[in-house]
Design a protein around this ligand. Structure first.
Ligand code: BGC
Length: 414
């Protein structure tokens, strides 16, 4: 080109290119900053690139997204909302109530989203009958990730109930490895607690963490849940505090630790490290929770933005809901697709299990919103739960004290 055009003309062409690029650009706020998460995010970036849409990255680290939500508030308050924001359940509803979100109805209608996205997700991706967010996936929190070599050394049997789980942790201890990693911050400890509460019964979980029933929150069963959490904590190493969930995963991957209780984003770390389910690691539902799922779905909430940026926003929403993207992305992310019609062919054994469990739970009515990850209750209540759980985990509250604090904290936050 240089041969035929003067340098001023070249500059003009390049600027025109930049301008076109800038118009077809999305600015995306998210908290996918770990190795596995970044790999999954890259699938989305690349997909948009092929459609001529540029990407301005706004990463804000921190599992569960609390830090990202703080940054978002500041951006929107200053009248400068990003194009799309990774968001969880009740946070989406809160922004919709404030009238800050755009409208995806035309794209959704053209592509038939109503028929393929399950009602449990539509409860959060639609507000007042209008589509406001594009669901990317379905994660769930009631998983355990176990180092396979350590499990084999301990006899190879997956624990089928609480007592077997404790027996396995004792065996890991005897092997000289850290039995469990986790609980480095309030979100992480509460993610573990989702599973413990669920293992004491579906109805109990629902009453406590979806219905926020004070009697369930202050019950003997909840005391038992806190007692169990305290027991699990006694198997965690002394350096747990402040350690991020992906560093916990790395310890299990490297065989320094036996297991991690974490949502299936942890699988993204195992996959990124080229580990294979059934060979290098085992995925299982927390004992006593098989057949039930505490879910959270990452959605991109689409904000009201300048009119010239809306076409790229809608294209991004459409790209996210494409069945081939849903497969490619979720294979890497560790989650199940947000659509019910995506073939499970490309998923590994844990991914196939996630998809099957989700269907089973949805059919049986045992699919429940994760408290720790934004689908149990609005942020104020969730934060109140985080605080009590974290204090128990760190030995600042006894289970007896916790069942007095929990209903009071939730009532104050409602
Ligand atoms: C999100 C996941 C993310 C995890 C850890 C969860 O709240 O749903 O997508 O991987 O936090 O960052």
């Amino acid at each position: 080109m240089r041969k035929f055009l003067g340098s001023a003309a070249v500059a003009a062409v390049m600027m025109a290119g930049t301008a076109a690029y800038a118009a077809e650009n999305v600015e995306v706020l998210h908290w996918w900053t770990s190795g596995g998460e970044a790999a999954a995010l890259n699938v989305l970036k690349k997909d948009l690139e092929t459609k001529g849409i540029g990407w301005t990255d706004m990463p804000v680290a921190g599992g569960g997204g609390s830090e990202a939500m703080t940054v978002l508030r500041a951006r929107v308050t200053s009248g400068n909302a990003p194009t799309a924001v990774q968001m969880l359940g009740f946070d989406i509803v809160d922004w919709a109530k404030e009238g800050a979100l755009g409208n995806l109805d035309d794209t959704a209608a053209k592509e038939g989203w109503d028929k393929v996205i399950p009602a449990a997700l539509q409860n959060f991706s639609k507000y007042d009958g209008h589509w406001i967010a594009a669901p990317v996936n379905v994660h769930s929190t009631n998983w355990i990730w176990i180092n396979k070599a350590a499990l084999d050394k301990a006899g190879g049997k997956e624990p089928a109930n609480w007592d077997e789980l404790i027996a396995l942790l004792d065996k890991f201890k005897a092997q000289g490895i850290v039995p469990i990693v986790g609980g480095g911050n309030a979100w992480n400890a509460t993610t573990m607690f989702d599973s413990v509460v669920l293992s004491l019964g579906n109805d109990f979980y629902k009453q406590a963490f979806n219905d926020l029933d004070p009697a369930a929150l202050g019950s003997d069963k909840m005391k038992e849940a806190f007692t169990r959490l305290t027991k699990l904590r006694s198997y965690v190493d002394d350096n747990f505090s402040g350690r991020e969930w992906n560093l916990d995963s790395a310890m299990v991957i490297e065989g320094k630790a036996g297991m991690q209780m974490m949502g299936d984003w942890a699988k993204g770390e195992f996959i990124k490290a080229k580990k294979v389910p059934g060979t290098d690691f085992v995925c299982m539902r927390f004992p006593g929770t098989q057949g039930s799922v505490t879910f959270n779905s990452d959605m991109f909430a689409m904000f009201k933005i300048a009119q010239d940026k809306v076409p790229a926003q809608l294209q991004m929403a459409s790209a996210i809901e494409s069945p081939s993207f849903q497969s490619a992305f979720n294979v890497v992310k560790g989650s199940a697709p947000a659509r019910t019609d995506v073939p499970n062919t490309d998923f590994d054994a844990c991914g196939k299990k996630a998809i099957a469990d989700l269907k089973e739970a949805s059919d049986k009515g045992t699919l429940m919103g994760s408290m720790s990850n934004g689908y149990g209750a609005p942020a104020a209540v969730k934060n109140a739960v985080y605080d009590v759980v974290n204090r128990v985990y760190n030995g600042e509250l006894t289970p007896d004290e916790a069942i007095k604090e929990l209903p009071a904290a939730v009532a104050a936050a409602k």
